[in-house]
Design a protein around this ligand. Structure first.
Ligand code: FAD
Length: 385
């Protein structure tokens, strides 16, 4: 029997009302000039003002317990928010990582005082988190991490370097994976511990790394004798490998994994116009059918997470198929636009967005786990390796 199972989940009716509310909110924000959805290349991804408004609407920490500022709503309602914000290119960079994965890690593994302090601030849209996993010599092989946490009086001293750390230049906190003991013979994953790092701690420097587009999204983060108090250890000392991998199902399966360049498809529809020729219509139909299938798979994973399952293999499939589709989208859109009649009013913005989407395409199949790594997980899940 196949180890794969995509439950046939549909979004429940309460999601429709929420979707209408979100669309009205976004339309009002765009009309008010808070941000421009057709400008993917600017720094509008990061907006403290917008994040605070989203927090005030109750759309951050939606599934978290009320005692920590959350709203105890379902993963499927959260799905609607993520989807609508992504499609509208909304500036969620400040709170997105905290909402998707850092908050859930704190709920599971932080002590009570930290939960009461940090989680409500995340829910209000005030706190930006970064993820400190990758290192210069340890990317796909997360468990080779060498940045050390050494015991000292009342806590730990961190020394080493993390790299590709998205948002570190904006972040208030980072959840870091550090080596607290050597790996053991029996278990090479042993010896890593997760810490909540306050980015104001002396001994931490953040150096920018620029994307091909010229944007500053990620960084190198250097730790030199940075002190972490004992109560900032998250979960079990030396046992973080169990924690870090379950976090990845949340990171991999959301609609952001195939909607990051969705604006290309929307612009293509406008370029082809109301009466595309057969080739244009067929090509567009294929793209829409494919994104629809991806969405059904991604909603299914959200439904399974909601039901308390751990759909690690299914999440890996959504990320693999989704990012490959998305990476090919600019090329396919360029080909199809060749069939468009002259005179589309959005031709210039289509070309500009195509250029931007082409430049960012290579990263899509690297961030959050490379294609090869995902296929390894899928093969193992299917009993093929
Ligand atoms: C835009 C972006 C944002 C990112 N943000 C963050 C972040 O916020 N925090 C963070 O910690 N990291 C972040 N990363 C880093 C990302 O997680 C790593 O780049 C990724 O895990 C790959 O690691 P690597 O770059 O060291 O490549 P490597 O692991 O060296 O891989 C190089 C190549 O070898 C292949 N490969 C490696 N191992 C195997 C294997 N066992 N079998 C088959 N093929 C293999 C890979 O698929 C890849 O093609 C980000 C990356 C990008 C592009």
């Amino acid at each position: 029997m196949s180890a794969l199972s995509f439950d046939a989940v549909r979004l429940p009716p309460e999601c429709d009302a929420l979707r209408r509310e979100v669309r009205a909110f976004l339309a009002a924000e765009i009309a008010a000039g808070t941000y421009h959805p057709q400008e993917p290349g600017n720094d509008h991804g990061f907006s403290p003002e917008f994040s605070r408004k989203v927090g005030a609407k109750g759309w951050i920490g939606m599934t978290w317990p009320k005692q920590y500022g959350g709203h105890e709503r379902s993963f499927l309602e959260r799905y609607v928010i993520t989807e609508e914000f992504r499609v509208a290119n909304a500036p969620v960079r400040l709170h997105f990582v905290a909402d998707r994965q850092s908050g859930p890690v704190l709920i599971k593994y932080a002590n009570e005082a930290i939960k009461r302090d940090v989680l409500p601030r995340i829910c209000r849209g005030e706190v930006c988190f970064a993820i400190g996993m990758s290192e210069p010599g340890s990317g796909s092989d997360l468990f080779a991490a060498a940045t050390k946490a050494t015991r000292t009086k009342g806590g730990w001293l961190i020394n080493g370097t993390k790299v590709w750390t998205s948002n570190a230049h904006h972040a208030h906190y980072l959840i870091g994976l550090f080596r607290t003991s050597p790996a053991s013979k029996e278990n090479r994953r042993h010896g890593l511990t997760q810490f909540l790092v306050d980015m104001k701690t002396p001994g931490i420097s953040v150096n920018p790394i620029y994307q091909m587009t010229g944007q500053h999204d990620f960084n190198e983060v250097v730790f030199q004798d940075a002190f972490m108090p004992d109560d900032h250890v998250l979960g079990e000392v030396d046992g973080a490998w169990k924690q870090a991998t379950s976090e990845l199902a949340y990171e991999r399966s959301g609609p952001e994994r195939f909607l990051e360049t969705f604006y290309v498809l929307q612009e293509l529809v406008r370029v082809l116009g109301a009466n595309p020729d057969v080739r244009g219509a067929e090509g567009l139909g294929r793209l829409v059918a494919q994104v629809h299938a991806l969405r059904r798979m991604s909603v299914s994973v959200a439904g399974m997470l909601h039901a308390g399952k751990e759909p690690v293999v299914e999440a890996a499939i959504v990320k693999d198929v989704g990012t490959i589709w998305e990476q090919a989208l600019p090329h396919r859109a360029r080909d199809l636009a060749a069939f468009a009649q002259d005179g589309a009013s959005n031709r210039a913005s289509f070309e500009e967005q195509l250029r931007f989407a082409t430049l960012i395409a290579p990263k899509l199949t690297i961030q959050g786990g490379t294609t090869e790594i995902l296929r390894g997980i899928i093969a193992r899940g299917l009993g093929l390796r």
